[in-house]
Write a protein that binds this ligand. Structure first.
Ligand SMILES: [Zn+2]
Length: 307
């Protein structure tokens, strides 16, 4: 991203803001934020789709829509069992129970998952996540082409062995053997659309957060640009299906306490902040998302728009 570059989603016709605090903290973590965005209820930092007292499971919008007959896809530039993607398919009182979270993915029935891999695919004494995926009729691919050619209804795309399961490389360091978030987004849309049902697709630019945690300016710019390219892919789909497509772009929280200063940007934190975050929307029902909302309102508003 250079000075003067525009991000495609900032041109969307509807803009809004959302508040992001969790049930127990002004500054949310990604697990509590994903829970609020997906399930429409606040929880404590560190928890995924459980009520703050850990007693009640919360239902993410992705599961509600899947039960209604939608196909569902989840993609990220980090591992698929990380807090944000996990918030759309798993329940856990601890976001770091990666094996248990991934195990829930294998029985989710969702049709597409894409990301770098799994953090704990085979802890000693437990059945491999890859075996469980196979048992549940998922095809696991390690390249775009392989996944594209897969005839399975349910697909998982991860980086091949030798590459990190933890994250895709930062966009500015990628080489030709690496796949990108825009490519995963394109593939996910193709796979979901081919199933000939309405679909819900959550795509996370997870590395934006990671670059901001480490206050890495160049890497952050590269990731935001990459995220914008992924949104462009969705926008292309929207342009061919304007009647019944809604795209919402927002953030689970701000990271880095970033301020624009005359020489570029400056970080005031290495952590998340409690700042409100922007939201951009285009398409069917987009006008419902303008103005200020709490993060718990977003999934409710999407559900109001679905039959
Ligand atoms: Zn973070």
């Amino acid at each position: 991203m250079e000075k003067g570059d525009t991000l495609c989603f900032t041109q969307f016709p509807v803009t809004g803001f959302i508040t992001t605090h969790s049930a127990d903290n002004l500054v949310t973590c990604s697990a509590a934020a994903a829970t609020a965005l997906a399930s429409g209820e606040k929880t404590k930092n560190g928890m995924l789709n459980f009520s703050p007292d850990s007693k009640r499971k919360l239902l993410p919008i992705s599961k509600t829509l899947h039960q209604k007959g939608f196909s569902v896809g989840i993609a990220t530039s980090v591992s698929i069992d990380h807090a944000t993607p996990a918030g759309f398919y798993a329940h856990s009182t601890s976001r770091s129970d990666y094996y248990d979270i991934a195990k829930q993915l294998t029985v989710s029935g969702f049709e597409f998952f894409g990301g770098s891999g799994f953090l704990q695919p085979e802890p000693a004494g437990f059945v491999s996540i890859f075996k469980l995926l196979k048992d549940n009729h998922y095809t696991v691919s390690t390249s775009m082409q392989q996944c594209s050619e897969s005839q399975s209804i349910k697909n998982v795309l991860v980086q091949p062995q030798g590459k990190s399961a933890k994250q895709l490389p930062f966009a500015i360091y990628k080489d030709k053997t690496d796949f990108t978030l825009p490519q995963i987004t394109q593939l996910g849309i193709e796979k979901l659309y081919a199933l000939e049902k309405p679909f819900f697709f959550m795509v996370e630019g997870g590395l934006i957060d990671w670059a901001a945690h480490d206050n890495l300016t160049k890497e952050l710019y590269g990731e935001v640009k990459e995220f914008s390219e992924a949104i462009k892919v969705a926008l292309n789909f929207y342009e061919q299906h304007t009647e019944d497509t809604l795209i919402i772009v927002t953030s689970d929280h701000e990271t880095g306490g970033i301020f624009a200063v005359t020489k570029g940007i400056r970080f005031y934190s290495k952590d998340h902040t409690g700042n409100i975050v922007p939201l951009f929307a285009i398409g069917k029902g987009a006008e419902n998302f303008s103005g200020l909302h709490d993060n718990t309102q977003i999934s409710k508003k999407i559900l109001e728009l679905t039959p």
